[in-house]
Write a protein that binds this ligand. Structure first.
Ligand code: ZN
Length: 181
């Protein structure tokens, strides 16, 4: 159990493609999963992808209990998702503000599919197959982007919709993301 250093934007590792977790690797993955949860909780994040702590494997964690500071944000079950596959369920999209533990103190407005199906396994090899929408769908897509070396800033359409949280707080249109992922 350990809090790991989270890589920050500019580190070339964050731009790299991660490898699938192989069957023989499942038995060794529990320490990594524990370290990821320790790190995410320490930083009060809602999600974390393995490459953010320098492990180039297709493994993400996420989970978010409802927070009195952000009553509109739905809770998301605590999940370990390995070798994920995502598909949009329809053409509807949403624009919301996102933050990232690899881009501390900043937020950007990102458009993503609103309803998705995602599949994969947990750390014990149990199948996960869910249809979700809203913040849950957004967190999963943000985390899985990390596995392909994509940071949310690459998805911002207008760079005026990007900035430091403290400065954005002065803008009336700004509806902050509940936490970094
Ligand atoms: Zn992130």
């Amino acid at each position: 159990m350990a809090v790991k250093n989270v890589l920050r934007i500019g580190d070339p590792i964050l731009n790299m493609l991660s490898e699938p977790v192989t069957e023989s690797e499942y038995k060794n993955i529990h320490t990594v999963v524990e370290d990821m949860f320790d790190t995410m909780r320490h930083l009060q994040g809602a999600g974390l992808a393995a490459p953010q702590i320098g492990i180039m494997k297709r493994l993400v964690i996420f989970g978010f209990e409802s927070n009195p500071r952000y009553p509109d944000a739905e809770s998301v079950p605590e999940t370990v998702l390995i070798n994920p596959v995502i598909e949009p369920l329809d053409s509807s999209t949403d624009q919301e503000w996102e933050g990232c533990l690899s881009i501390p103190g900043m937020r950007g407005l990102v458009e993503r599919p609103n309803r998705i199906r995602y599949r994969g396994t947990d750390q014990h090899g149990n199948i996960i197959d869910r249809e979700v929408d809203g913040f849950h769908a957004r967190v999963v897509q943000h985390e899985c982007d990390h596995l392909d070396g994509i940071l949310y800033v690459q998805r911002i359409k207008d760079m005026r919709d990007f900035g430091f949280t403290e400065e954005l707080d002065q803008s009336l249109q700004y509806n902050p993301a509940p936490c970094d992922t």
